[in-house]
Design a protein around this ligand. Sequence first.
Ligand SMILES: Cc1cc2nc3c(=O)[nH]c(=O)nc-3n(C[C@H](O)[C@H](O)[C@H](O)COP(=O)(O)OP(=O)(O)OC[C@H]3O[C@@H](n4cnc5c(N)ncnc54)[C@H](O)[C@@H]3O)c2cc1C
Length: 596
Amino acid sequence: MADYQAPLRDIRFVLNEVFDAPSLWASLPKVAEHVDPETADAILEEAGKIASGVLAPLNREGDEEGSHWNDGEVTAPEGFKEAYQTIVEGGWNGLGGNPDFGGMGMPKTLVAQFEEMMQGANMAFGLAPMLTAGACLALDAHGSQELKEKYLPNMYSGVWSGAMDLTEPHAGTDLGIIRTKAEPNADGSFSVTGTKIFITWGEHDMAENIIHLVLAKLPDAPKGPKGISLFLVPKFLVNEDGSLGERNAFSCGSIEKKMGIKGSATCVMNFDGAKGWLVGEENKGLAAMFTMMNYERLGVGIQGIGAAEASLQSAREYALDRIQSRAPTGAQQPEKAADPIIVHPDVRRMLLTMKSYVEGGRAFSTYVAQWLDIAKFAEDDDRRRHAEGMVALLTPVAKAFLTDRGLEACIFGQQVFGGHGFIREWGQEQLVRDCRITQIYEGTNGIQALDLMGRKVVGSQGKLYELFAHDVASFLESNQDNAALKPFLEPLAAAVERLDDVTEHVLAQAGDNPDAVGAASVDYLDLFGYTALAYMWARIAGAAAKQAEGDSSGFYTGKLKTARFYYERLLPKTVSLAEGIRSGSGSLMALAAGEF
Ligand SMILES: Cc1cc2nc3c(=O)[nH]c(=O)nc-3n(C[C@H](O)[C@H](O)[C@H](O)COP(=O)(O)OP(=O)(O)OC[C@H]3O[C@@H](n4cnc5c(N)ncnc54)[C@H](O)[C@@H]3O)c2cc1C
């Protein structure tokens, strides 16, 4: 397996040349206070060193060793604790955090790049900083001043980590039926009782304290999602002076044996009258948790790209090295017994598909991050509201499309290795196993598709969709005389028109047929994702064309050729997706349960 190298060249291209992030940062005064291009570049450089030099070397051993459970205590795989210390020393947990409480105030467009490198290097480890940053975000947005002052500084520094406790044995997707209870105490705190399962890094030895954000129900809470509240429940109670007090009344009952991300501990957490504090308003816990979940959902999409990038790096190297058969056009390296497999069209198809998803996906996650930055930092209300709409619309696409394509890319990477891809030694099988969870947690990809189609598109009567369609339309208009983009503009316009038509079709069906949304949703999300990636590849091509002449490195010319591949070989998938969606729900619902 090739050693993971942080893809800094491409990250800089996406940030600076495709999106001109420095101009965005300069337009947002609260961001401009903290970041300029030189600072950003230094952060990327350092993040790359940590990813390649500290986290990647622990990836395989972490997978082989796994986390250990012993009588309620969890020990992370060897080396993880020291690596976590590196994250603490660099303040990486607080990179995007609120500076009022010790965060660094960096924009998401930059933080997303750090996340990609960390996840690409070691996903099992990367979950700990990712969940901590997400917990901080929810606490910062919804917690009382007192809670923020008490917990955020140590969470941003990473001395304390965060965990997210939603899932129960009988309640995963449907959180409305959770049973964990919170009883009010006389001192304003609550006693939390119940069992949570699948809690990532819910217990471990890397941080001094673990701050759990737990969903629970107050006595007499309304039934369903409207009766859920959010509580902060620390592993160790925190004294008035900030020192750690007694251990709280909850423990880790066991950790799961699982398919991938084995280095991370997936914990059963038993709360037995544990002391907790309400975050936000009573019965509004799900909304508060969504602040965290939206952040995590883009983060999970980024995990998909990170894994796919690692797989691509390794597959590319292997395809250049492995010799097998001759090129169909005749021997390319006659001095050798056979040609390197990169000469074969099918191997190229796999590598180019991976490259299309990874580099287009990196641009897409940066595009979504850009809207997150505007939504959070813009001073103008209209600009902020517009960006909030974009974030709402694009988040489920980023989570599901990037993880579905991420796994597809990892499987292609494995396939490039032939039988060796199935063998442990080369690392491809671990990437496939690790990446698989990204389609499942943080809301399965099926649920993301329902969110996109049902809540965002149909729920807004198409208004949120129009924000995206207008953005592409203004790109098309402002580039109509750009000769370099000629091959892309027409097919992009056609793809958006197809998406427009299908959106209208589903909007029309949704009123009459209760199954219409569920029947269309996954294909619709894919149709949306392939169209959005076409938009990204047009923007990438536009930026690359400016530098392509005389490009001896092949970086820019490679971009233009990959854009062509994407448009000719992958974008046409939208035609069949649209046709499938138009067939409606009939064939899906025709079978009686017994006929399965
Ligand atoms: C390794 C790992 C780490 C995790 N980390 C965490 C964590 O840190 N914190 C946490 O709280 N949870 C965590 N989870 C839980 C994870 O988020 C849930 O497993 C996931 O949300 C799905 O819930 P479920 O497993 O109960 O599946 P179910 O909800 O039972 O769903 C089963 C299937 O039915 C489908 N389905 C359900 N409802 C609908 C519907 N209305 N329409 C269409 N399809 C539907 C689902 O898409 C899925 O395919 C983790 C899970 C794993 C495996």
